[in-house]
Structures are given as structure tokens and as C-alpha cells.
Design a binder for this molecule. Structure first.
Ligand code: AMP
Ligand code: ZN
Length: 458
């Protein structure tokens, strides 16, 4: 069965074939570390984790590179406004450097809590200033740059297929945007290097052949992906918002001086929505993983919730759906736990599972297959082994789940004892009444071969 993936560049589901059979290269645009990640950002990293795990399940060795944007991402995509890091520094009182370390650590903790496999290489934009300067010099040699009063810009019109990734309507954009354009020659031109403001000292600035300043946002990903994965690698991913600006500009930079579109596949995760709006850091109020945890929602419940939607569809967050996912996942954990020891996995279920995951990561279908597995008449040991195989990609950690043994309050134990006595006396109506009371108090009473058992309800 071959792995098929959707490529945004060609707008096609294509067969995945590694460029180098020894190792598949993935570059993922990482967070801008001026604030905590929200659960929308984390949905994008969950999608990338499913992608990586699917490649590994298929037998490939993966080299996963993720950058940390700790300089140069401005508040406006039009290369105006403040650097988000300098802004975050004013907001928190930390230096821009402390801010970057603090939010990088918080982000990494979020990934761990979501059971997202750690990238093999983390690379920070500020650790690669010389590589970025060298890349801009190369673009300059090819005649693609010009200078304005605030920086060095990329001449997008010199490329004949600028904007292909996003199918940009350049004339339409140009017609609508005279004011924002400023000194730029075209609205789609973008900053490669920005000069430090004359009467302001930035915390993060460097000397360059063009003057003291800092790199534009897009150049870091061209320079670092080339350094760690080469000029043309297998898969580049990010969120859907990266298609029209950030990734379009990364491609332009590479086309100008390396003649490649960076990656064989461009893959994008669609947004998590809050009602009809996208969840955004800049919108102020946003939900973090910790916000869910405060409401007793385990990070893996959020992971499960994300698996119920295809990565190329938007997903709406609500507390009701979070609760529904919590109940559903706990039921699965409990069932799997009760299956006991694992035996041999079932080949026919595995092959169905693979047909879903290899079909552009169809996780909703793959996840729904668990219900068929539970309903099947396979022996429990086979079911268990099969689910543990599925879990290599699902990443829900079925192997380690244990029921929480909560202290049962004495009053509930007394009710259970009264119910036992009613049953012994064959007073079934009384026994049922007591069971309802126990249930209303949030506990379930189960009659097993070894007597009745009390458990908190899932
Ligand atoms: P940022 O930290 O803003 O650079 O974003 C980090 C990642 O999260 C990028 O890949 C974005 O495309 C992605 N992203 C931003 N907002 C959302 C959202 N609401 N849902 C899913 N992904 C998002
Ligand atoms: Zn990037």
C-alpha cells in the first residue's frame, strides 16, 4: 500500500516517494516565542506529529527539523509594525532573550504533554544570523533585491511564477493595496533585512553588509532548512495561514538563488476555530493547553479531539465537544485496559487501518476503526495487540493508561452495602432504586463474578 499525501503546491494528492531512501526530511515552521502557544497552534503540531508517525510506521527514518522564531516576525505581514519579540518584552518586562527562552520552554512542555515526538533538530533564528545574511547576499547576487529607507526588499515581480503556491491573484492584490505598499515596488515584495529604527535601540540587532538591523521573518526558514536538510527536501509543513505569505516568500527566496521550491511536498494544517473566528495569539483571549487542564481535560483528550477531524478541514472548539471527547477516550482506555495482556495483532484490521492513514492521513476513519475493532468477535488479546499497533500513530498511549483509583466516599459505600443486602433479600426494586442513587452521585456499580464493584463514572 503506498502512502498518498496532499501537496498544496500542485493541489494534488500524490504518491509519496522519498528523495533519499535513507532518510525523509521534514521542516516544520515552529512557534514565534513571544507568548504561550494556544491550542490552535498545537493542532498544527499534532497534525505534523501524525505525519511523522505515519512515515515512521511506513518504515521510513525521518529527520524532523523545527525552527524557533525568536526575531523578525512583525505584527503586520506587510513588514510594518513592531517586532513581536520586542513587543512581548515590553508586555512582560522580560528581555527579548529571556522571553524567547521562557516561551520556548513552555512550548516544548506542551509538545511533551501532547505526546508529540520531539523534533531531531531545533534551530533558533537568532543562532543563524550569519546563515541568513549569506542567503540574502546570494539573492542579491542574482539581482533580486533593492533598498528602501527601512530595509532590503525582495523584488517579487522578477520571478515569473511568484505566488504559485497560494494561486495568488497578483493584479488583484496590487489594485487593492496602494496605501500599504509604502516604498515597496510591488505589494508582494517583502523584507529580507530591516534596519534598526534610527532613534530607538533594539534588544536584538546585528551588523550586516547593508546596515545594522535584523532579518525579515521568511529568510530564517530558507536559510535553516537549507542548512539542515539541503536545497530540496521531502516535506515542508505549517498552518494554512502560511500559504499566501510566509511559505510563498520562502519559495520565492529559494527560487531566486537556488532554483528550487524547497520541498517536494508542501503540507498545511487547517485552523482551529472558536465559533466563526480563528483562534489567534494576537486576538488576546485564547485557550492554552493549561486552560484545558484546569478544567480536568487531559492533553491527550485534546489530541483525541483533533484526531476526529481531518487535518485539511477546520475544526471548531467547544467545551461540549471537549467533554464528549473526554468521555469517549476514557471509555476506550478502560476497554483496552480490561482486555488484559496483548497477543498477536489482527492482519486484516491492520491493513484497513493502513489504508486510512496512508490515504492522506485520514485519522477520522482510522480512529472510527477502533469501534469496529471493539465490536468484532476477535479475542481480547488480539484486539489489544491491534489497538497498540494503531497507537503507534494515534499516540494516545493506550499501553500506559491505568484507572484512577479514587477514594470512594463512605456514604456511597454504605449505599452499595444496602443494595447488596436488598439483592440478597431478592428485593430487586429496592436494589434498583439504590443503584439510581449511587449513579446520581456520580458512581457506577457493576456486578461482576467477584461481587459488585464501585467506580467513579467516566
Ligand atoms: P506562530 O507561533 O504564530 O508563528 O504560529 C505557530 C503555528 O501555528 C503556525 O504553523 C501557524 O500556522 C499555526 N496556527 C496559528 N493559528 C492557528 C489556529 N487557529 N489553528 C491551527 N494552527 C494555527
Ligand atoms: Zn517558516
Amino acid at each position: 500500500m503506498s502512502l498518498q499525501l496532499f501537496d498544496t503546491y500542485t493541489r494534488q494528492v500524490r504518491k509519496f516517494e522519498p528523495l533519499n531512501p535513507e532518510e525523509v526530511g521534514i521542516y516544520a515552521c515552529g512557534p514565534t516565542v513571544y507568548d504561550y502557544a494556544h491550542i490552535g497552534n498545537l493542532r498544527t503540531y499534532l497534525f505534523q506529529d501524525i505525519l511523522r508517525r505515519t512515515l515512521e510506521y511506513a518504515g521510513y527514518k525521518v529527520k524532523h527539523v523545527m525552527n524557533i522564531t525568536d526575531v523578525g516576525h512583525l505584527t503586520s505581514d506587510a513588514d510594518t509594525g513592531e517586532d513581536k519579540m520586542e513587543q512581548g518584552s515590553k508586555r512582560t518586562g522580560m528581555t527579548a532573550w529571556e522571553l524567547a527562552d521562557f516561551y520556548t520552554e513552555a512550548f516544548r512542555n506542551n509538545l511533551t504533554a501532547l505526546n508529540i515526538l520531539e523534533p531531531h533538530i531545533w534551530c533558533k533564528a537568532t543562532d543563524h544570523i550569519q546563515e541568513q545574511i549569506a542567503f540574502i547576499e546570494e539573492i542579491e547576487k542574482h539581482g533580486f533585491v533593492y533598498k528602501t529607507s527601512d530595509g532590503i526588499y525582495f523584488l517579487s515581480q522578477k520571478l515569473n511564477d511568484y505566488g504559485h503556491l497560494a494561486r495568488l491573484n497578483i493584479d488583484g492584490l496590487q489594485a487593492g493595496a496602494r496605501v500599504e505598499q509604502g516604498e515597496k515596488k510591488a505589494i508582494t515584495d517583502f523584507a529580507l533585512w530591516k534596519f534598526s529604527p534610527q532613534h530607538e535601540t533594539r534588544q536584538m540587532e546585528w551588523d550586516s553588509p547593508w546596515g545594522r538591523g535584523f532579518p525579515g521573518w521568511h529568510i530564517e526558514c530558507s536559510a535553516m532548512s537549507a542548512k539542515y536538510l539541503g536545497d530540496f527536501f521531502d516535506i515542508h509543513c505549517g498552518g494554512e495561514d502560511h500559504i499566501p505569505v510566509h511559505h510563498t516568500n520562502e519559495i520565492a527566496q529559494n527560487q531566486a538563488c537556488r532554483g528550487t521550491t524547497l520541498a517536494n511536498f508542501w503540507m498545511h494544517g487547517y485552523f482551529l476555530q472558536m465559533g466563526n473566528a480563528k483562534m489567534a495569539k494576537s486576538a488576546g483571549a485564547f485557550i492554552r493547553l493549561e486552560t484545558l487542564q484546569e478544567q480536568n481535560i487531559d492533553p491527550l483528550v485534546y489530541r483525541y479531539f483533533c484526531l476526529t477531524a481531518h487535518y485539511r478541514t477546520q475544526l471548531s472548539f467547544s467545551w461540549e465537544s471537549m467533554e464528549a471527547s473526554r468521555v469517549a477516550l476514557n471509555r476506550l482506555y478502560r476497554t483496552c485496559h480490561e482486555w488484559g495482556e496483548a497477543g498477536e495483532a489482527d492482519a486484516s484490521f491492520l491493513s484497513k487501518y493502513e489504508s486510512f492513514i496512508y490515504n492522506d492521513l485520514n485519522m477520522p476513519r482510522a480512529t472510527a476503526l477502533i469501534r469496529d475493532l471493539i465490536r468484532s468477535d476477535l479475542p481480547n488479546a488480539v484486539k489489544k495487540a491491534t489497538l497498540l499497533q494503531f497507537d503507534k500513530v494515534l499516540g494516545l498511549d493506550f499501553a500506559h493508561w491505568e484507572p484512577v483509583i479514587e477514594a470512594i466516599p463512605d456514604a456511597i459505600k454504605a449505599l452499595a452495602a444496602a443494595r447488596e443486602s436488598a439483592r440478597e433479600a431478592k428485593n430487586w426494586a429496592e436494589a434498583d432504586l439504590i443503584r439510581d442513587q449511587i449513579s446520581a452521585a456520580g458512581y457506577a456499580v457493576e456486578d461482576t463474578a467477584k461481587g459488585s464493584r464501585l467506580t467513579p463514572k467516566p
